[in-house]
Design a binder for this molecule. Sequence first.
Ligand code: FES
Length: 146
Amino acid sequence: MTELTPHAARVAGLVDLHGARRDALLPLLHDLQAAQGFIAEEDIRALAQALNLSRADVQGVVSFYHDFRTQPPERPVIKVCRAEACQSRGVEALLEALPADLRDRVALETVYCLGLCSVGPNALVGGQVHARLDAGKLTKLAEVAQ
Ligand code: FES
């Protein structure tokens, strides 16, 4: 019996959780990226095999959605909502208040609406939404982001 690589073992565990169904591909990709920060070529192969899809099918989905990465991010990623509601709640001032050394330490990416407009400004870090951000919370997120 061959031992599974860490990527193959992670894919197998997630497929057990979601089921080996084609319509589980997007949740599987989201969970993989949340767990490891990117979707590796090995993950694509394992997902294709588990879901009875071609590698091109899985690769096509990964490349279609720009949020999926195929390489580990160079810096921790903080996705900051800059849509209207978060704009009106002061997200731009928050970003300007972030110390320069922390701004260089993380990759600040813009997203447009995380679906929690009434509790903004919001940011997404590692698949978790952080709401009601203020300068202190955003600074803390940037300090601890991995
Ligand atoms: S506008 Fe920011 S969460 Fe909707």
